[in-house]
Design a protein around this ligand. Structure first.
Ligand code: ADP
Ligand code: MG
Length: 290
């Protein structure tokens, strides 16, 4: 299973007065069963990139390959491959429309031609994965839910189609902290419980540091770098040069170092940062006692 972009460019309104080059010669490869953080400022091309990845739009130049199949081709194999890449749009709750939650989630599996029993099975499985109790919620209207719950229903609707790649375009935008945590934890559980790859479009370096094991960094339509999360964050100066920032724990460690403390600065979570600071303090004490 592979998802690869080869020299992809995308131009909106090509040839028109408002022509915009959204992506310029982007090549990348999503590793198997990875949790990818796709980061970059607004307008850097993230949403365009993920729409290309699931074949919703076609590259102006270059190719998007799933298992070696070019998504721009029209063969039956390509249609099957496209279904393997599920995309949850930004603000997906606007696309909920059925009268019950179960019907909404069953919409995709129904279109895939599954039987009623199979659809129910998929709905139960998807709801469990996003932490919504089937019996409690199946017959309720999606419009009775909180913002975060609506998003989880929308995600379940894509998960119910059992994609091998699940792409989420800024799934926490506009949610309160509790709703955000619920969504991110649900996505992480999904990743752990399946062999899916996740591609999470995010503005938050802290969220990416916490959950992603691979990163793709975009700036002004080009790919700045990609690689394992710790390798990308090790290039802190590069990230700061495009004003993207680094995870809070890393910023703290770098500030301590600037102020003379002898610390490693590559921690991505609070526990690791604590260990590093404790070790530095212990070393300092030893130094004094000598
Ligand atoms: P991001 O998701 O990182 O904010 P986008 O992929 O939405 O970036 O946008 C990349 C560039 O393409 C921006 O300059 C944006 O203004 C432009 N763009 C996005 N969608 C359209 C569209 N439908 N028509 C014209 N230009 C667009
Ligand atoms: Mg976007």
């Amino acid at each position: 299973m592979s998802l690869v972009l080869e020299n992809v460019s995308y131009i909106y309104g090509e040839g028109g007065l408002e022509e915009t080059k959204a992506l310029d010669n982007v090549s990348l490869s999503v590793p198997d069963h990875s949790f990818v953080g796709l980061v970059g400022h607004t307008g850097s091309g993230k949403s365009t990139l993920v729409q290309l990845m699931n074949g919703l739009i076609k590259p102006s130049h270059g190719r998007v390959l799933v298992d070696g199949f070019d998504l721009a081709d029209k063969s039956k194999e390509v249609r099957e491959r496209r279904k393997q890449v599920g995309l949850v749009f930004q603000y997906p709750e606007y696309q909920l429309f059925e009268e019950t939650i179960a019907k909404d989630i069953a919409f995709g599996p129904k279109n895939q031609g599954l039987t009623d029993d199979e659809q129910i099975e998929r709905v139960k499985e998807a709801m469990a994965l996003v932490d919504l109790d089937y019996e409690t919620w199946k017959d309720r209207s999606p419009f009775e839910l909180s913002g975060g719950q609506k998003r989880r229903v929308a995600i379940a609707g894509i998960v119910a189609m059992r994609p091998r790649y699940l792409i989420l375009d800024e799934p926490t935008a506009g949610l309160d902290p509790l709703g955000r945590d619920h969504i991110l934890e649900a996505i992480y559980r999904l990743y752990q419980k399946s062999d899916m790859s996740i591609i999470l479009v995010s503005h938050s370096m802290d969220d990416v540091a916490r959950f992603a094991n691979y990163m793709i960094v975009m700036n002004k339509g080009t790919k700045v770098t990609e690689g394992r999360t710790e390798e990308v964050f090790a290039q802190a100066d590069l990230l700061e040069s495009i004003h993207l920032g680094i995870p809070s724990v890393m910023a703290l460690l770098r500030a301590l170092k600037r102020n003379g403390m002898d610390v490693e600065t590559n921690a991505l979570n609070v526990d690791d940062a604590c260990r590093i600071i404790e070790a530095a303090l212990a070393k300092r004490k030893e130094g004094r006692s000598c």
